[in-house]
Design a binder for this molecule. Structure first.
Ligand code: FCB
Length: 457
């Protein structure tokens, strides 16, 4: 066994999000979100379920915090549900909603767990969607208002803020690929949404800083290392496009480089943008988006290996194929590729130089159930996490300033369009009884945190 030691202050944590765990969809004045609407639209969620009850965390948060404490966790990333705070998106504040997060934060601090708060993990108030949602500039302004309300209420106790989780998903996956709420298939809408999401980040950062003295503020992107399936020029071209679509479209403007010119040109050529270009971008927007942040959050799950024959020229459609053998896939159909984490961390560090990086999500879907003795032997998840921790450490050895790591997820939960069929938790949830059982991976993670080191065979 080799012992891989992490720096003293390294932040080990777990992550969740509001719609995926809270339940209590109609309680204490919560408004409807686009995920309530979407999940209740037949055919949108694989198993026909919704987050109405989920893990019932809204009622069981004290139990869940006690569980985290028993696992030795010192950092917890969760999100605030906008429709609990502003049921109509802007204007009237719903005090019971704010009070819930106040109680949650107090209970965390009492348990010695530092809260990392994500303001937007996809549950947009439906009323804002009815006005056009993220395709409208007014939604970016509403987000800044919402961020201010939350930061003023919690900012004395919360000192780590993440404006957005995965704007690629909130724009492209949900407005162009149609797989997430609001379920559109419109590239123009997706591009407008991406800009307003980034703009809302830029508007919110100073608002949060003003309300939460000494806070660190950042944004979380989901990133994929991209590589061509062959040395052919065509596969390289497919890789440029997919990298532009998935990574650079978000990284470039956040780090002051404007939207990538090659992508803008492609979009104009394909008719996704008018000949005048990306006209939703107004004077001052790019400066606002490039506001200096304290950290970048990176969510990593897998890589993309690009083949030109999967990228129809005419439609400019990015498509990816994974070349890994089937045995190396998780139940999401995602390839297990730990080196990709090291690669993407190095690339972000070299190309963009964020002050600090947190891996804000990484984890695996395996549905291993409890055995007859009640124990959940999720060896595959344990190995998955171990190998990814080592990959992050390798990036750190090469100079990448990684400050912490949040496993997705604390517990099994509502996995968006895949419903409850996918289990990412290190804690098993029995949805009938709401019983929680720490899996073997959770018990192993407890020892990693305690030793601040990973043992590798
Ligand atoms: C990420 C999401 C998170 C979860 C994981 C599996 O894209 O941020 O909510 O669904 O994937």
């Amino acid at each position: 066994m080799t012992s891989i030691r992490f720096p003293k202050e390294f932040a080990w944590g777990v992550a969740t999000s509001s719609y995926q765990i809270e339940g209590a969809a109609n309680e204490d004045g919560r408004g409807e979100s686009i995920w309530d609407r979407f999940s209740k639209t037949p055919g949108k969620v694989e198993d026909g379920t919704s987050g109405d009850v989920a893990c019932d965390h809204y009622h069981r948060f004290r139990e869940d915090i006690a569980l985290m404490k028993s696992l030795g966790l010192k950092h917890y990333r969760f999100s605030v549900a906008w429709p609990r705070i502003l049921p109509t998106g802007r204007g009237r504040v719903n005090q019971p909603g704010l009070d819930f997060y106040g109680r949650l934060v107090d209970a965390l601090l009492e348990a010695g767990i530092e809260p990392f708060v994500t303001l937007y993990h996809w549950d947009l108030p439906q009323v804002l969607q009815d006005e056009g949602g993220w395709t409208r500039r007014s939604t970016a302004e509403a987000f800044a208002e919402y961020a201010g309300v939350v930061a003023r209420a919690l900012g004395d106790r919360v000192k780590k803020w993440i404006t957005h989780n995965e704007p690629w998903c909130a724009s492209m996956l949900s407005h162009y690929e149609g797989r997430h709420a609001p379920g559109l298939k419109d590239y123009r809408a997706a591009l407008a949404a991406s800009h307003h999401l980034l703009l809302s980040h830029g508007l919110a950062v100073p608002v949060i800083r003003a309300a939460s003295h000494g806070a660190e503020v950042g944004i979380t992107l989901n990133l994929m290392p991209c590589e061509p399936a062959s040395p052919s020029a065509a596969d390289h071209e497919a890789t440029r496009r997919f990298d532009g679509y998935f990574n650079r479209w978000f990284l470039d403007p956040l780090f002051g480089h404007h939207y990538p010119a090659d992508m803008v040109a492609d979009h104009i050529a394909a008719g996704h943008l008018p000949p005048e270009g990306f006209t939703v971008v107004k004077p001052g927007d790019l400066e606002a988006i490039a506001v200096k942040c304290d950290f970048l959050g990176v969510n990593y799950y897998n890589r993309a290996v690009l083949r030109s024959d999967k990228v129809p020229e005419a439609q400019n459609e990015p498509r990816k194929v994974f070349v890994a053998p089937e045995k190396d896939w998780t139940e999401m159909g995602w390839e297990v590729y730990p080196d990709g984490l090291r690669d993407i961390l190095l690339r972000v560090h070299l190309d963009y130089r964020p002050r600090k990086i947190y891996v804000t999500e990484n984890g695996a879907s395996y549905s291993t159930p409890p055995g007859a003795d009640g124990r959940v032997r999720d060896e595959k998840r344990l190995v998955f996490l171990r190998d990814h921790f080592v990959a992050a450490w390798r990036a750190m050895e090469a100079g990448v300033p990684v400050a912490g790591y949040f496993v997705w997820s604390l517990m099994d939960n509502f996995e968006w369009d895949r419903g409850y069929s996918q289990r990412f938790g290190i804690v098993w949830v029995d949805y009938k009884t709401q019983q929680r059982i720490p899996k073997d991976s959770a018990l192993w993670y407890r020892s990693v945190i305690a030793e601040n080191a990973v043992q590798v065979p």
